[in-house]
Design a protein around this ligand. Structure first.
Ligand SMILES: [Zn+2]
Length: 292
């Protein structure tokens, strides 16, 4: 086991995670510890699963613990330790990551007009490249930093919806005919809305699920939105999303239509600088076809 020294006490990390309970595919056994280095003492203030390290405790990250801000000033990747220091700053950090998704197995599939739905096992690869410092309240971008960490791979389950074949033409036509339609913006906007809605239906926290959208998925060969369980091995949210797909899409449509903003906002499809000026309208067009 890995021995961690915590304020002159010794803990065997392997005893916290009995071997027989560990899924072989799971990466979460390699938890990182977050250590407060104040007063020449090393006090463990938190633990983090390995998969979240590149997005939450890279060097330069502001980590929140019991309402206090801690700056991660050193990450010892080899020994799975992040060294932190209490700070008071007027910004939070936001890692910019790239996520790749690969379908390993389809558990169930359902075809509907203009739409294919499925859920199954996937491999997620996430690599963080840099982070932004974002000022509280104004959300102003006040700086950047680099993140140099290896990619993290996680096997989990995902639900996905693909805009079906016949409509391949439809989306292209819409893009040329309708100046308010952009496929990529629409997929991103719709995935943001789903991330807001899904927790109410499957009883999870927003950070328990994540979305990836692809204009042409290598697996489905179609425009596709994946929403995956953000836990190694998956915890059952994807299956529920698959079962509740119709009410979920209807709720997404209601949420967008019910929002008073003109072109999109954080309460519906996400901020315009993220999803683009056509995001809201495009998400509605996709939903109109999907629910017709
Ligand atoms: Zn809005």
């Amino acid at each position: 086991g890995v021995l961690h020294r915590v304020e002159k006490k010794w803990y065997w990390m392997s005893e916290i995670y009995p071997t027989e309970e560990i899924s072989l595919r799971s990466a979460s056994v390699d938890n990182f510890v977050i250590i407060d280095t104040a007063n020449q003492q090393e006090q463990v203030i938190g633990e983090m699963d390995k998969a979240s390290v590149p997005t939450l405790i890279y060097e330069g990250a502001i980590y929140l613990h019991e309402g206090e801000q801690y700056a991660i000033h050193r990450l010892d990747y080899q020994n799975q330790k992040a060294y932190a220091e209490r700070v008071k700053v007027n910004y939070y950090t936001d890692a910019q990551d790239e996520t790749n998704i690969k379908v390993l197995e389809v558990f169930e599939k359902g075809e509907e007009l203009n739409m294919e739905h499925a859920y199954g096992e996937v491999a997620i690869t996430t690599v963080s490249t840099c982070y932004k410092k974002i000022k509280f309240y104004t959300h102003e971008n006040i700086g950047f930093g680099e993140i140099s960490l290896p990619p993290e791979e996680m096997h989990t389950t995902a639900y996905w919806l693909a805009l079906a074949d016949d409509s391949g033409e439809l989306w292209k036509r819409l893009e040329t005919e309708d100046t308010s339609f952009n496929l990529s913006s629409g997929l991103l906007a719709l995935s943001n809305v789903l991330i807001n809605i899904v927790p109410l239906y499957v009883m999870c926290d927003p950070q328990d699920i994540r979305a990836v959208s692809e204009v042409r998925s290598p697996f489905t060969s179609k425009p596709t939105i994946y929403i995956y369980d953000n836990y190694p091995g998956g915890v059952g949210f994807s299956e529920k999303m698959f079962e509740l797909r119709r009410p979920l899409l209807q709720a997404a449509q209601e949420l967008i239509l019910g929002c008073g903003c003109e072109k999109g906002c954080p309460s519906c499809v996400g901020p315009i600088d993220e999803v683009g000026i056509k995001g809201k309208e495009s998400a509605l067009l996709i939903l109109r076809e999907a629910l017709s």
